[in-house]
Design a protein around this ligand. Structure first.
Ligand code: 3HC
Length: 694
């Protein structure tokens, strides 16, 4: 090969009549220019060598090719284009066998689809996850996959980006043979020899037509698919791109279909959504990188967990550990509360089993790992205890003092507080260096976010333990500092304040909710309050200081009473309420506020810009490590649309100058709560971004 030894990402050997082209480009053998050129050259060399009767393409390290090199996107193209490289496989004059282990993803699976045959070990997985990056497969995946697995299955795989097991892939014809785990090379070579010996034809996927013929003239397949997934795809551009590309596979000759795919791919990759989704891909992986806690930081074992409080939060938190096979002791004050809590956990599991999301027998396995108790002493053996009781400082302090007395030395004591000062909580114990915050988000067994709150005194080991534990229990653990509401709720408070103010000034609750919903959030603040219950913080019998208290006074306490800001029917479908509309008007009048029309644009800016400003303060104060961590908090904890990259990234796409100008305007017109943060000002004036990625 022409590449020099030190830069070569591929190597070619011929053994016993079979050419073995090996890719070696850690960590995941992504298709960088070096890899693409290396494979294309290797294919040409092997094709021309009469000593090779067949070619096996295999990868070193942890995985087969995991896709295009995402870090090359947006940069000038270099080396052999991917489509051209794949054509060298498909056009080879002798059988090409892709040998798959780890994950063959995106361009990696597209490469494998260019081969004439595919073999894999049982643990391998394949998929086309491009949609998750806001794009579609751009190297023939949308044209070749449906030719192998059929249109319906291809629609599902490509629009979801799911990873499919080797066994399932074999069922659909995507994998030709499963070979023994750990013996991929031998298995692939044996398979190649068999193909040669039997004189099997070169199976070019591009030439397969049965499955396309079946689907031709049936546009209803696509319409039905769009309809069935409308909710999931809402706001995203890429899924529709995937569907259109697969339609092209059915309706156009192969080469024209490829052109169509390229056209859609190019349109998406230059758009904001894809930029945001690629940013999120890397942001998610940044989260775990903590400058003063290198990967080799010692951690403490967490083999058993205690939870104080069997309420909604405590039960949800417990489920995460049970799912991971970690035994939990859960302590309550009264038997009936304990029974209720355990009952809800069981019901949740049973509901998952009924929906086919887990095996029925696993309900018992998981519930078998939990022990209920009324005695805090039973937490003496736990490596980690998480307190999830009522949000009250005195109560928390009392609980921590008691816990400290019974917990074993070295155990980590964590509070699930959403707002309170965890340093103050830790100070009542004899081990403030083992006290941290672990803030879960409701429903705690579902939401991916975990804010790991680093206290002043917590040791590195303790913090690293919590951070490393997060992925084991299916969470994204974002490190945050002690401050009121930490990252997520601190920013949410800004939005909530403005939502309330906007309805006093002239908007209706459903206007505010609609603007956020159209922006891509699952629901707005008023619909959310109705769901959570308006009586949180309501003091019955006292004069209403908030409009929502007034709603509670007339027993409109949210969805649970069939009415709140909205009216609800028996299916919990919300409609704006005439009565509430009048109450809003009266409220403004009583406060002496002259209502005015407020545009959707102003609503959005008033809700979101103060959040961005607060995010900047959080960064300034060092309460989050980087802007992208803040964005991950909002994406995984509050349903911020991935395709908008998080509030800080969104600020960057709007332009920080615009955000700053608005904050200054409102500071003058409304009040000091809009004062721009110094960091926002500095970045805006320097023409910089928070994320540098927009
Ligand atoms: N390009 C560039 N870097 C990549 C990459 C890629 N495709 N895939 C992974 N990496 C990097 C990660 O950023 C990470 O870097 P870091 O260590 O510096 O943070 C490192 O490789 C290891 O990745 P993970 O930490 O994610 O390792 P895991 O073992 O947990 O997961 C994986 C491995 C399942 C392969 C996962 O990395 C993954 O899902 N990768 C992306 C796969 C993908 O989306 N492929 C499609 C790309 S788009 C495409 O192919 C377009 C084509 O159609 C033209």
């Amino acid at each position: 090969m022409s590449m020099s030894a030190d830069t070569a990402a591929t190597s070619l050997a011929i053994e016993d009549g079979i050419a073995i082209l090996t890719v070696s480009s850690p960590p995941v053998n992504a298709l960088s220019a070096r890899v693409r050129t290396g494979i294309a050259e290797g294919m040409r060399t092997a094709s021309a060598d009469p000593a090779a009767k067949a070619i096996v393409l295999i990868c070193e390290g942890r995985t087969f090719i995991a896709g295009a090199d995402i870090s090359e996107f947006g940069k000038p193209p270099q080396g052999t284009p991917l489509a051209e490289m794949i054509a060298t496989l498909e056009g080879a004059p002798k059988p090409v066998v892709a040998a798959i282990h780890g994950t063959a993803l995106g361009g990696g699976l597209e490469t494998a689809l260019g081969a004439h045959y595919r073999v894999a070990v049982p643990s391998a997985k394949v998929g086309l996850p491009e949609v998750k990056l806001g794009i579609i497969p751009g190297a023939g995946g949308t044209q070749r996959l449906p030719r192998v697995v059929g249109v319906q299955r291809a629609l599902e795989m490509i629009t979801s980006g799911e990873f499919v097991s080797a066994a399932k892939a074999a069922e659909s014809g995507l994998i030709d043979e499963i070979v023994e785990e750990g013996r991929l090379r031998e298995g692939a070579v044996a398979f190649a020899k068999k193909v040669v010996a039997e004189g099997r034809p070169l199976k070019k996927v591009r030439d397969l037509s049965d499955k396309m013929d079946e689907a031709r003239g049936k546009p209803e397949i696509f319409d039905a698919f769009r309809k069935a997934h409308a909710r999931k795809f809402r706001g995203f551009e890429a899924p529709e791109g995937c569907i259109r590309a697969i339609e092209a596979a059915v309706n156009l000759p192969f080469d024209e279909g490829l052109k169509k795919e390229r056209e859609i791919f190019n349109g998406l990759i230059s758009g904001t959504q894809s930029k945001a989704q690629r940013y999120v891909f890397f942001a998610e992986r940044e989260v775990r990188k903590i400058p003063d806690l290198p990967d080799d930081t010692k951690t403490l074992p967490v083999e058993s967990v205690g939870i104080i409080g069997a309420g909604t939060m405590g039960g949800g938190i417990a489920m995460n550990f049970l799912n991971a096979g970690i035994p939990v002791t859960i302590v309550e004050q009264k038997q009936d509360a304990l029974d209720r809590g355990l009952g809800i956990m069981r019901k949740n599991y049973e509901a998952s089993a009924a929906k086919g999301r887990m095996k029925a027998e696993d309900v018992e396995t998981r519930m078998g790992l939990v022990t209920g108790s009324l005695d805090m002493k039973d937490l003496g053996g736990a490596d980690l205890v998480i307190e999830a009781i009522f949000e009250n400082m005195d109560l928390k302090k009392e609980t921590f003092a008691k816990l400290d007395a019974v917990a074993k030395p070295g155990a980590i004591l964590a509070s699930n507080t959403s707002y309170l000062d965890v340093n103050e909580i830790g100070a009542v114990t004899t081990r403030p260096d083992h006290v941290i915050g672990m803030h879960f988000f409701s429903p705690a067994n579902v939401m991916r976010l975990l804010e790991v709150v680093r206290t002043d005194k917590a040791t590195k080991e303790v913090v690293a333990t919590a951070v490393k534990l997060a992925p084991k229990i299916g969470k994204l653990g974002v490190l945050v500092g002690v401050c009121h509401g930490f990252v997520g709720n601190r920013m949410l408070a800004q939005r909530q304040r403005e939502a309330n103010r906007l309805i006093e000034e002239g908007a209706m609750p459903w206007d505010v909710d609609r603007v956020l919903y159209e922006f891509g959030l699952p629901m707005g603040p008023f619909a959310m309050s109705d769901l959570a219950g308006l009586d949180i913080g309501w003091q019955k019998g006292q004069e209403a200081t908030r409009l929502r208290d007034r709603l509670c006074d007339i027993d409109r306490r949210g969805q649970k009473t069939g009415a709140g800001f909205y009216d609800y029917d028996e299916k919990r479908k919300a409609t704006p309420s005439k009565l509430v509309e009048q109450m809003v008007l009266d409220w403004s009048k009583e406060k002496g506020i002259a209502r005015r029309p407020i545009s959707d644009e102003e609503i959005l800016q008033r809700l979101v810009f103060p959040m961005i400003n607060e995010g900047a303060k959080i960064l300034e104060e060092g309460k989050a490590l980087r802007a992208s961590d803040i964005d991950m908090v909002w994406i995984t904890g509050y349903g911020w649309p991935v395709y908008r990259g998080g509030p800080m990234f969104y600020g960057d796409t709007i332009g920080l100058k615009t955000v700053l100008a608005k904050m200054e305007e409102w500071e003058k017109a409304i009040g000091p709560e809009f004062k721009p943060s110094a960091l926002l000002r500095r970045k805006a004036e320097a023409g910089e971004q928070f994320t540098g990625a927009a």
